[in-house]
Design a protein around this ligand. Structure first.
Ligand SMILES: [Zn+2]
Ligand SMILES: [Zn+2]
Length: 387
């Protein structure tokens, strides 16, 4: 029977001893196995995973390894379960936890820092100095589920209470998986200065973070918001999420288009979400002198950067990692208030057992896929039975 020291459970949410879990073998290889259901410790809960979205970073981890780090190294053949953009229901409480109730629906952010390093103490837990140190003699208690500890491509996972975000009944499972994506966009905008009302913003790259970056910037009052990209179907969704203008960079020069659309001037902020090789050089030419650029995507190769232009024009560059400083809670507040409809970027749902198909849709953008979600079938049946 499922139990652990000081762990509270409820007969309304019976927990099995074992669960289905996908594990990473060699690069690109995922296998469906059985694992014990994990047991929450102090300040942790057990989450029954009701839905998990696939992120471009998952694809990166599954094929190449970083930024995942398991036992201080590559994540392959270590019985590691990836997946980090999930939501679900709290079904067990670790010792002393009274912040959440059994049966409560929540979504999660990724990073529970160590809580003791300088950056964690500053609220920058996504930049924890003890990243990945959670084993053996170097166990600092760091958790980033799906990166340094087991993630969400399974049926249950333990989460530190600091990573939980309560969600309202009216928010669907699929929408709730997008809170952390909106939270990453929110973190970028708040790190750039936060008060973007009336300021001009360009978002480059209409992937999930870019599209929700448009939505968050608009919800924060930015004007105009310009989205650049190469796919008309995604640019159209950007318009629906609030972009004042969209630019297909296959048809015109991105920097010239931005200046034309902004009255001949550069903009105040650029949020770079494309990872394109020349993206930084374009971004620093899209901003005005003294403008700020947030880098939220990474190119695969090292790329030459025009440093002289950046220095001469007093341009600020910010690299952001993840969804720090509780940005996810601010994003959830916008979504609960229906300030934008994040579900416009959710395109497909598959059962958990079909994860490889779901990954193929996300990777190859089959059928114009943007956000692909997987759900454990058994969970859906449980919920029907419980109601
Ligand atoms: Zn992600
Ligand atoms: Zn830390």
């Amino acid at each position: 029977m499922y139990s652990g020291p000081g762990v509270k459970t409820s007969p309304d949410f019976p927990i099995p001893d074992k669960m289905r879990a996908w594990v990473l073998g060699d690069p690109g290889e995922l296998n469906l196995t059985e694992k014990p259901v994990p047991v929450p410790k102090r300040a942790e809960v057990l989450v029954r995973i009701d839905a998990v979205a696939i992120c471009a970073t998952d694809l990166e981890i599954i094929d190449h390894g970083p930024p995942a780090s398991i036992l201080g190294g590559m994540p392959f053949n270590k019985n590691f379960t990836p997946g980090h953009e999930y939501m679900g229901t709290v079904v067990a409480l670790g010792p002393g936890v009274d912040e959440y109730k059994i049966g409560q629906r929540i979504t999660v952010e990724v990073h529970a820092g160590c809580g003791q390093c300088k950056r964690c103490r500053e609220g920058m837990y996504t930049s924890c100095h003890n990243y990945g140190l959670n084993y053996g003699d170097v166990d600092k208690g760091h958790r980033a589920n799906g990166f340094t500890t087991d993630g969400g491509f399974c049926e249950y996972q333990v989460n530190n209470i600091n990573t939980l975000v309560a969600i309202p009944d009216g928010m669907s499972d699929e929408e709730a998986t997008l809170v952390v994506t909106a939270g990453t966009a929110m973190y970028g905008l708040t790190e750039l200065g936060g008060l973007v009302a009336g300021e001009s913003v360009v978002v480059t790259g209409p992937g999930p973070i870019g599209l929700l970056g448009v939505a968050v910037a608009k919800a924060m009052g930015a004007h105009p918001v310009i989205l650049t990209g190469t796919r008309d179907n995604r640019l159209k969704i950007g318009k629906e999420l609030g972009a004042d203008y969209v630019v297909n960079v296959r048809n015109e020069d991105a920097v010239e288009a931005v200046r034309r659309l902004n009255g001949g001037k550069g903009v105040d902020y650029v949020v770079e979400c494309s990872g394109a090789p020349n993206a930084i050089n374009d971004a620093v030419r899209m901003v005005n002198r003294g403008g700020k650029v947030c880098l939220a995507a990474f190119p695969h190769q090292e790329t030459p950067v025009d440093v002289a232009h950046i220095v001469r024009n007093n341009i600020y560059l910010f690299g952001i990692r993840g969804e720090g400083k509780s940005a996810t809670h601010r994003a959830e507040a916008f979504m609960t208030q229906k300030r934008f409809d994040a579900t416009k970027i959710h395109t497909h749902t598959f059962p958990l057992d079909d994860l490889p198909t779901a990954i193929r849709y996300a990777k190859d953008r089959v059928d114009d896929a943007i956000k692909v979600v997987v759900k454990a079938k058994g969970v859906a049946a449980h919920r029907v039975a419980a109601e």
